[in-house]
Design a protein around this ligand. Structure first.
Ligand code: NAD
Length: 484
């Protein structure tokens, strides 16, 4: 543990530097409620410096052979892997998630992101078409230039690298802006890419808040594309701020995902996985299933088993390997989730478990801990069941038949993910096709294959990330026809 306040810096042109803005924001450890670091609140001048460095580096990087780009990405992955434990500890410290989650999910997935897009850099293909009248058409897919990558606080390094890796693989230079709430692992990424030998300016990490640093990044005239993950409100603000600049945008936004449980499901597995889907990372994963729709005939048995499993979850110090649930990310977020618990009471819900802030003994006495909370008897269309809470709050909602389950699942403005639990294969396929979601899981949750297009529909997303879609987003197609 460091005693003094850690002062973070930006990473521009291959070096760490203090922000020209000379402004800082506190970084708080959610498990203790205490500030342990300060992060630059960079401004337009810092973004200008980063864009200038990226622009200088861009031509050479675009002309670097794909195999060499791939080798560098693999080296970055290797360095992350050698620092896995330290990164997991830092990521747990500023996010409040259990260290064991950061160690087993966040950091290994950041490693996979770089390895996966290294392979994509080597295997990326574009199209060619033989014309009817003696022409050959082919499509060049060229890097865009300098792009911006903005990430949220819930999966800090994992989501930032999910954007950085394809952008670099496709030959772009990057200005990355991590969440100001969880900046430490992204700050350490500077040292990692230095150690891996990435040329200066290819990746620049500018720290800061949304209104100042984020806004300066997305509206900078040399930023050709913005890949953003965060709330729907911010995604909308970015779309509005950049509309007249006609930038390429990929927006991964909020969700209010349904877990749909039919009476014929594999009961034990469904209960276990729906608890995991509701409460992993304190319910702070965009893919969490917070609305649990259960066929009415199964509801009494399901409720009992579900609550028994929730009771097994241990809320505690994120450093304790026995803790399943850590702290929610901030005091503001704690207040937001608590306000939805109050609203659930006002809307006539029945509290089945949780509902209160927990006091953890020892160093975590002032931490932002909430008991996993479950309500039932709330209307499927009430605010708690329509708005994104993004915390350890789940509701059980009965349905009478498949049509009603589908109507409930599709009733929100969001359309990110849905999981369906049934042994009836025809119904599973039917439901998957009809549900308004970009990602559907049948009898599983969070099964990810990096080759598949990832993203949401409706107010959850614009564009797709991952695989070929991720690479293509970061390139501009140019069609060339040759008379031959
Ligand atoms: P947020 O929208 O508040 O912030 C996300 C990022 O945007 C941060 O880095 C922030 O500094 C930046 N930002 C804020 N205002 C900006 C502006 N005007 N211009 C540019 N950048 C700006 O979101 P959050 O609270 O950090 O994260 C939680 C949200 O993220 C939830 O809604 C969750 O569903 C969503 N999320 C979505 C996905 C997905 O894949 N769809 C994944 C994870 C999280």
């Amino acid at each position: 543990m460091r005693d003094s306040l850690l002062r973070l810096t930006n990473f521009i042109d291959g070096d760490y530097c203090a922000p020209l803005s000379n402004a800082y924001l506190p970084v708080v450890e959610p498990a203790t409620g205490k500030s342990f670091a300060e992060v630059p609140d960079s401004g337009a001048a810092d973004i200008d410096a980063a864009v200038a460095a990226a622009t200088r580096a861009q031509r050479a990087w675009a002309q670097t052979a794909p195999s060499q780009r791939a080798a560098l990405l693999r080296r970055i992955a290797d360095v992350i892997e050698t620092r896995l434990d330290a990164l997991a500890e830092e990521e747990s410290r500023d996010s409040g998630k259990p260290v064991k989650v950061a160690r087993s999910v966040d950091i290994p997935r950041a490693v996979s992101n770089f390895r996966f897009f290294a392979a994509m850099a080597e295997s990326f293909v574009s199209e060619s078409h033989q014309g009817e009248v003696g022409t050959l058409n082919y499509t060049l897919r060229q890097p865009l230039g300098v792009v911006g990558c903005i990430s949220p606080w819930n999966l800090p390094l994992y989501l930032l690298t999910w954007k950085i890796a394809p952008a670099l693989a496709a030959g772009n230079c990057v200005i990355a802006k991590p969440s100001e709430v969880t900046p430490v692992s992204a700050w350490l990424l500077g040292e990692i890419v230095q150690a891996a030998g990435l040329p200066p300016g290819v990746l620049n990490i500018v720290q800061g808040g949304g209104p100042r640093c984020g806004q300066a990044l997305v509206t900078h005239p040399r930023i050709k594309a913005v890949s953003f993950t965060g709330s729907t409100a911010t995604g909308g603000a970015i779309a509005a701020a950049t509309a007249t600049q006609f930038k390429k945008l990929s927006l991964e936004m909020g969700g209010k995902n349904a877990t749909v449980v039919f009476a014929d499901c594999d009961f034990e597995r469904t209960v276990t996985e729906s608890v995991r889907a509701a409460f992993s990372n304190q319910g702070q994963i965009c893919l969490c299933g917070s609305r649990i729709l259960v066929e009415r005939s199964l509801l009494p048995r399901f409720r009992e088993a579900f609550l028994a499993k929730v009771a097994e979850l241990k809320v505690g110090d994120p450093r304790d390997p026995a803790s399943d649930i850590g702290a929610v990310v901030s005091a503001a977020h704690l207040a937001k989730v608590q306000s939805y618990i109050a609203l659930a009471h006002e809307e006539g819900g029945r509290l089945l478990t949780g509902g209160e802030r927990l006091k953890i003994d020892g160093r975590c006495g002032e931490g932002y801990f909430l008991a996993p909370t479950v309500f039932d008897q709330l209307d499927a269309h009430c605010r708690v069941n329509q708005e994104e809470v993004f915390g350890p709050l789940a509701t059980l909602i009965p349905f009478d038949d498949e049509a009603q389950a589908l109507a409930f699942a599709n009733s929100t403005q969001y359309g990110l993910a849905c999981s369906v639990w049934t042994r009836d294969l025809a119904r599973a396929h039917r439901f998957a096709a009809a549900v308004e979601a970009g990602v559907v899981w049948i009898n599983c949750w969070m099964a990810r294959d990096l080759r598949t297009p990832f993203g949401g529909v409706k107010h959850s997303g614009l564009g797709r990330e991952g695989g070929l879609d991720g690479m293509r987003f970061f390139t501009e197609p140019k069609n060339v026809a040759i008379h031959c």
